[in-house]
Design a protein around this ligand. Structure first.
Ligand SMILES: C[S@@+](CC[C@H](N)C(=O)[O-])C[C@H]1O[C@@H](n2cnc3c(N)ncnc32)[C@H](O)[C@@H]1O
Length: 305
């Protein structure tokens, strides 16, 4: 969320515009009837939502749901134990470099790397594991941190994943030349530590898995620009104010908040979801060009990565 866009004067949503935990939980219950097996809480920064543990508790009550969360890590050290106790299973933590200057050049945040590393340690200590670390790689900004990051997390039990820089939203000034293709990253890491590709855990897994040949763990590569995976994508995204999106690169969503705040039954909401899902034909990453990248798409901080 660049400070020049989301500064002090930015008009954030009023609390009543956000879905309440009860409303989110009701929607998750209805989505489960459609076969949803995994819920990821993301954002924006999910750990700034007050009493988030309460929502986790409600969602964990569904039993066999795979429940996870993506965070920038700034509040993770304080919150990890409560999240675990509430029933969260794992976390993914975003970290784009190990030195503060590069880290801040990528993220425009005002906390140091040390804080994120402490959050990762605490998450692993309380059992929110395996912790996944997301590193977005941007040409000319943090590609020099790739090997250092691999070295740091090799043998730690955490899974480092490299993500190609994407043109989500329209405030990040994306250009194709900013993208470091995963195949280049694989070669870069393989030169330092021998790695070999390994099978996906499940169909539609977005990260291509590679493991260190010496048995000291694995890394992942998310190649959404150079090897689009639209055809396997089964993700639905729900914004904080109840808009349903069928693609990370969507230009518009479908309002579910209006429906749940009317006297619609679960059945009616379920049918509304079906109507959206059955006709979806999103394949943005397969047809991306520098021109489509300029379209006014929903921002990453709104739709959640
Ligand atoms: C939008 S963030 C939201 C959750 C949380 N605030 C965080 O920082 O992890 C979710 C993920 O998207 C990744 N991301 C953000 N901008 C991206 C971009 N332009 N291309 C690829 N991934 C991006 C982040 O690194 C993060 O791992």
């Amino acid at each position: 969320m660049p400070k020049e866009v989301y500064g002090r004067d930015f008009q954030f949503l009023e609390r009543e515009q956000l879905l309440s935990f009860g409303e989110i939980n009701r929607l998750v219950r209805i989505f489960r009837d459609h076969g949803i097996e995994k819920v990821r809480i993301t954002g924006g920064e999910p750990l700034v939502r007050r009493k988030l543990e309460r929502l986790i508790e409600m969602l964990a009550y569904h039993g066999d749901l795979d429940l996870t969360l993506t965070t920038n890590g700034s509040l993770l050290k304080q919150k990890a134990q409560d999240l675990k106790s509430a029933g969260l299973q794992r976390v993914t933590v975003s970290l784009d470099a190990l030195d503060n200057a590069t880290f801040m050049a990528m993220n425009d945040v005002d906390f140091p790397v040390e804080k994120v590393l402490e959050g990762i340690d605490e998450a692993a200590r309380v059992g929110l594991a395996p912790v996944k670390i997301n590193m977005v790689v941007k040409r000319g900004v943090n590609e020099q941190s790739v090997v250092a990051m691999a070295r740091h997390f090799k043998g730690s039990g955490h899974i480092l994943r490299f993500i190609e820089f994407m043109d989500v939203g329209h405030t990040n000034g994306w250009k194709m030349q900013h993208v470091v293709p995963s195949r280049e990253l694989v070669a870069m890491i393989d030169r330092e530590f021998a790695i070999e590709s390994t099978d996906p855990n499940y169909v539609g897994e977005v990260a291509e898995r590679w493991r260190y040949k010496d048995g000291s763990g694995e890394v992942g590569f998310i190649s959404s620009v150079t090897q689009a995976f639209c055809k396997d994508c089964t993700r639905a995204r729900l914004s904080a104010e109840g808009q349903l999106f069928t693609c990370l690169f969507a230009t518009q969503g479908t309002d579910l908040r209006g429906l749940i705040r009317s006297d619609a039954s679960d059945q009616e909401i379920s049918e509304a979801i079906s109507r959206v899902w059955r006709v979806r034909g999103d394949r943005y990453s397969e047809i991306r060009t520098e021109e489509t990248a300029k379209q006014r798409k929903v921002e990453m901080s709104y739709i959640g990565g």
